[in-house]
Design a binder for this molecule. Structure first.
Ligand code: CDP
Ligand code: CDP
Length: 213
C-alpha cells in the first residue's frame, strides 16, 4: 500500500503558497485545500451579517463553514483579508475548523496551504514547505493579481498600500497566541524573491522526491 502523502505549504501572505500548492497537487495527483478560504468564509459571513469580526463570537459561523463556501467569489477582497485574520486569532474558530482540514486529507493524502498546517493541523505531514519572499515582492505579486489597469499612474502608491496591509496582517498572524505563523522545525524553507513560479515548483518537487523516497 502506498503511504498517505500529506504536504503542508505554509508561509506569509501572497508568498505564492496557493500557486505552488495547486500545482504540486496536480503534479502528484492529490486533492488541494486552500485553508485560508475557511477563515475568509467565516469573516465574510460575519460581515454579511453586519457583525464586527473582532468582537462578535465567530465560532458559530466557523462551525457551519463547508467546502461549498470555498467557491464564493467574494472572499479575496481587502475587507475580507482583515476579517479573516481577526477571526483566525480566536481559539474557538480554529478549533471549529480543525476536523474539516484533517478529514480533507482522508486516506489518500492532500496538499494544504495556510499558516499552521505543518505546526498544528498536520504536525506529522510527510513534507513541510515554508514559502516566503520579502514584503515588497509579495506586495507586487498581490497587486499584479488584483490590478485591473497595470498602467495606472499611482502604481507605486498602490503597491506601497498593499505592502502596508500585508505587513500588518503578517504581524497579526505571527503574534497571535494560538497557532501563530511559524516555520515548523522540520520545514524546508524556500525563499522565492528571485524565483519564478515554475522554479519554485521544480524545487518543491525535488524536496518531495527526496523526503518521500
Ligand atoms: O492568500 P493570503 O496569503 O493573502 O491569505 P490566506 O491564506 O487566504 O489567509 C487569510 C488569513 O487567514 C490569514 O491572514 C490568516 O490570518 C488566516 N489563516 C490562518 O490563520 N491559518 C491558516 N491555515 C490559513 C489562513
Ligand atoms: O497563496 P498566497 O497568498 O501565498 O499566494 P498566491 O495567491 O499563490 O499568489 C502569488 C502570486 O505570485 C501569483 O500571481 C503567482 O503567479 C505569483 N508568483 C508566485 O506564486 N511564485 C513565484 N515564485 C513568483 C510569482
Amino acid at each position: 500500500m502506498t503511504r498517505r502523502l500529506v504536504i503542508a505549504v505554509d508561509g506569509p501572505a501572497a508568498a505564492g503558497k496557493g500557486t505552488l500548492a495547486k500545482r504540486l497537487a496536480a503534479a502528484l495527483d492529490l486533492p488541494y485545500l486552500d485553508t485560508g478560504l475557511l477563515y475568509r468564509a467565516t469573516g465574510r459571513r460575519m460581515i454579511d451579517a453586519g457583525l464586527d469580526p473582532e468582537h462578535a463570537p465567530a465560532e458559530t459561523f466557523a462551525a457551519t463553514v463547508g467546502l461549498e463556501d470555498l467557491r464564493r467569489t467574494d472572499l479575496r477582497v481587502p475587507e475580507v483579508d482583515r476579517a479573516a485574520s481577526l477571526v483566525a486569532a480566536q481559539p474557538a474558530v480554529r478549533r471549529a475548523l480543525v476536523d474539516l482540514q484533517r478529514r480533507f486529507a482522508g486516506v489518500h493524502g492532500a496538499v494544504l496551504d495556510g499558516r499552521d498546517i505543518g505546526t498544528v493541523i498536520f504536525p506529522d505531514a510527510s513534507v513541510k514547505l515554508f514559502i516566503t519572499a520579502s514584503p515588497r515582492t509579495r506586495a507586487e505579486r498581490r497587486w499584479e493579481q488584483l490590478a485591473t489597469d497595470p498602467g495606472v499612474p499611482d502604481r507605486e502608491e498602490q503597491i506601497s498600500r498593499v505592502e502596508r496591509e500585508i505587513v500588518a496582517r503578517d504581524a497579526a498572524d505571527s503574534s497571535r497566541s494560538v497557532a501563530p505563523l511559524r516555520v515548523a522545525p522540520d520545514a524546508v524553507r524556500i525563499e522565492t524573491d528571485s524565483l519564478s513560479a515554475d522554479e519554485v515548483l521544480a524545487e518543491a518537487l525535488r524536496i518531495v522526491a527526496r523526503m518521500t523516497r
